[in-house]
Design a protein. Structure first.
Length: 528
């Protein structure tokens, strides 16, 4: 996992991201007619919800080597739904390369002219080569992998065209990860599509996580599109919430085998069916919502029924406790899949072994303003029980720092003594990790000594994937930003690790800045 000097190889990136992507760890419908949508759009104050909507929809199925059952139905169904929510739609079915390139060029030109919201939907075969993604026209004759460069359509060309259009927002939806695009004649390097971060002002949604494949579906639509069609009809739902519910539906139907994925750089809310007005919630309203969600969470947090957590997330797709609920789903489904595969109980319990009994790591804290050393801490994983990791950090009270197996913080030390977080503070997401992901987390914080409790809310975002150097070495890591009033914490975490590599904490209210860095790490025994 460690890279001490050079940029990681493609193989390293692939394995790291896949490990993290495997981690954790529907709804009311209405008949919406264009006139109703226009009226709602006129009342909504958001800029994105009051400008033209342009869509290009592609459905490719008649491939020579690997024909597909559902893309034509998928494209037609999506076109109908998008028209109902105010999009001007151009649809191409079983498009060859010339037709596909021409359609994309005209789509980009229309976006540049209208300066509206752009929606590109593609159902069909897709493949990756050298970390580039390619959409496969129905007339592509691929005899060797290198033919993809000249006989298919590079996704980068689509993104480049719409970036030049300079319109305020674009959504690219790719139900394009079906397996075996070239039959048995030409094996691909990797399954599915590779990770590709969204350009500014855009969102890219994939039918499944990078490197995995999507089901063509048993009904008239593919599994991903079947869920997307239902969620588009839900009123007052932000596009992020629509896609979160799609992810839940697909994950549930596939028993965790297929997990949709998206990357976003959107800065403004977009609704397929916007509310009449969009008001910023008051502190009192946020407090009320958290109290409601926390009450429901306390009732189900120890449940062994995965459906309880699906119902919770379906109700609160962007709530204050979503990451903890997502982690519980991953753990319960992973255990079920492990049982079906006949794996032993220890492997189920310890999962990907982000922590092991006997792990040790030393960190040092310095004053970010003066550079002086504040402290050096020695930490050791003493035990792992019931999904909790007990870490002895030589605290004065002789008690443990406690984390969940995926790194969530249950108990830690503090200036005023040990601190308890309920639910566990989850700074790292419980399902999919990508640059641009943002979420809000809220916890009840209790000072263990004084028993004083208060609610704490933070906003968290993944802002980069970059190299970071610490005393232990040089690594490629995801960069997170955690913010609350007067407080900012930036930290770097490498995929698959339960600890951070580096963190910088700034408190403008108290006028301090501290830097924590990983000095060394040794692995304990692998119990399996």
């Amino acid at each position: 996992m460690m890279s001490k000097s050079n940029r990681p190889t493609q193989e390293f990136l692939e394995s790291s991201r896949r490990l993290w992507l495997k981690r954790v760890g529907s709804v009311a419908s209405i008949i919406a007619f264009p006139a109703m949508v226009k009226e709602a759009l006129a009342e909504a104050p958001s800029t994105l919800n009051a400008i033209p909507r342009i869509a290009l929809v592609i459905g490719n199925a008649k491939y020579r080597d690997a024909p597909l059952k559902n893309p034509i139905n998928d494209a037609q169904s999506i076109s109908n739904e998008l028209q109902k929510v105010g999009f001007k739609v151009t649809m191409q079915l079983d498009a060859g390369r010339v037709t596909l390139v021409d359609a994309i060029e005209k789509f980009s030109a229309e976006l540049a002219k209208s300066r509206g919201v752009g929606m590109f939907y593609y159902a069909g075969h897709g493949a990756q080569l050298g970390w580039r993604n390619y959409l496969i026209p129905v007339d592509a004759e691929i005899d060797k992998l290198e033919d993809m460069k000249t006989k298919t359509v590079d996704l980068s060309s689509l993104l480049g065209g719409i970036s030049k259009a300079a319109n305020p927002m674009n959504v690219i939806i790719l139900d394009a990860c079906r397996d075996n695009p070239f039959g048995t004649r030409v094996p691909t390097e990797q399954k599915g599509l590779s990770q590709f971060d969204a350009p500014p002002g855009s969102l890219i949604a994939y039918a499944t996580a990078p490197g995995n494949t999507a089901a063509d579906g048993n009904g008239s639509n593919g599994l991903f599109t079947e869920n997307l069609l239902r969620e588009i009809r839900v009123p007052d739902a932000k596009i992020e919430d629509v896609l979160k519910r799609v992810r839940l539906g697909v994950r549930r139907s596939s028993q965790g085998a297929q997990i949709p994925w998206e990357t976003t750089s959107l800065e403004e809310d977009f609704y397929f069916l916007p509310p009449a007005s969009i008001k910023k919630k008051s502190e009192a309203e946020l407090d009320r919502q958290y109290t409601e969600q926390k009450k429901e969470w306390d009732k189900l947090k120890d449940s062994k029924n995965v459906d309880d957590f699906y119902a919770f997330l379906n109700k609160y797709p962007s709530g204050f406790i979503t990451e903890q609920a997502t982690y519980q789903i991953e753990q319960l489904q992973k255990a079920k899949i492990s049982l079906q595969a006949g794996k032993n109980a220890v492997a189920q319990k310890y999962g990907e072994k982000r922590f092991r009994v006997g792990d040790t790591f030393i960190g040092r804290t310095t004053d970010g303003l003066t550079g002086k050393l504040i402290s050096e801490t020695f930490n050791k994983v003493e035990k792992i029980e019931n999904g909790l990791v007990y870490i002895n950090n030589k605290s004065k009270d002789g008690k443990y720092v406690i984390r969940t197996i995926d790194g969530g913080l249950v108990r830690t030390g503090g200036v005023q003594g040990p601190v308890i977080f309920d639910p566990p503070r989850t700074d790292m997401p419980g399902d999919i990790l990508e640059v641009g992901k943002r979420w809000t987390s809220r916890n009840t914080v209790t000072l263990e000594t004084s028993k004083e409790s208060f609610d704490e809310q933070v906003s968290i975002g993944i802002v980069a994937y970059e190299e970071v150097e610490v005393p232990f070495g040089r690594f490629w890591a995801y960069k997170f930003e955690v913010k609350r009033r007067g407080f900012t914490r930036t930290f770097w975490a490498e995929p698959g690790w339960g600890i951070e590599l580096k963190s910088i904490t700034t408190n403008t209210n108290r006028g301090y800045k501290t830097i924590w860095e990983l000095v060394s790490r040794t692995r304990g025994k692998d119990i399996s």
